[in-house]
Ligand binder design. Sequence first.
Ligand code: F6R
Ligand code: MG
Ligand code: MG
Length: 363
Amino acid sequence: MGAKTTISVIKADVGSAPGHTKAPPELLDICSNILNESEKSGLLIDFYVTRCGDDIELIMTHDKGVNAEPIHALAWHTFEEAAATAEKKGYYGAGQDLLSDSFSGNIKGMGPGCAEFEIEERKSEPIVIFMMDKTEPASFNLPFYKMFADPFGTAGLVLDPKLHDGFVFRVLDVYTGKTIELKAPAELYDLLAVISIKSKFCIESVAKKSGEPAGVVSTSKLNLIAGKYVGKDDPVAIVRCQSGFPAVGEALDAFAFPYLVAGWMRGSHNGPLMPVSLKDANPTRFDGPPRVAALGFQLNDGMLEEPCDMFADPSFDHVREKANEIADYMRRHGPFQPHLLDEKDLEYTTLPQVLERLESRFK
Ligand code: F6R
Ligand code: MG
Ligand code: MG
């Protein structure tokens, strides 16, 4: 066992081009330069800046623990600097995810998404960071279930005695803010009864029975924070792999089914979740379809060794083809449900304004 390391992935959309497609490289450079200074000053051990669609992802390692004010403040300040340039350059939605005028201690609830955990590094510590665009945190519900609870997905749940104890899922009710812990496999049906309702329940984290973190999802519900729709809260997740956790390949296989998730155009449509390489993480067709990219690292005393673009693999080609077929099929519904989300999920979009205008004409 090595020293304790915290991995914090903090993300925000602070401006993109054209429209909501892609965070410009220039903004990533600004972020990298700032984080580089913080690495030199010793606040960070290591960092990696990347993007998925219009979201910038700050992947940071340090020894300050979760919810550490200096780390959250650093991320906030970094996004502010990038947003200032986005504003100057007229990039679209400049500063859109920075919902507060000033930083107040913890970035959660202020707009940016945040997934982090503190772990005692094993001798060898492979992690995969999943980044989604044009969708919501609960889109991790099905793949996390497959990774950590489904033996038809993760073979190790059957084959490896170190996995037989199963995992504990912490699930958030996004409306009340309450959480529940459910054990798999002991409470599998209860777990599924809850996480299948993606519009309300969202897996927040998964741990071993010993409490060791296994996976974590960013769950800040952007649209509820702002009280009005300000863009989908595109999520990130961190997953530990191998030796008692799902193998890297088992974690990735959970995305081999392009299932329907909420988001896509105007955050108002169901569409297939398409696994893509980072270079293909540019949602264009109907602002989508929703994407997931994955970056694998080998952690070593907090250093992020050897980033690997995990979905840049032809073995995912036919998943992408299937996703395109599903996208065609869904698009043919035009404005109709179930391509369009349920009415309750459209509460924070612009649709209520349209319906309100018609209210008095109902006799
Ligand atoms: C979805 C998203 C886009 C926008 C759409 C309209 O998460 O960000 O699909 O909702 O492009 O954007 P506005 O309202 O900015 O013209
Ligand atoms: Mg955007
Ligand atoms: Mg986005």
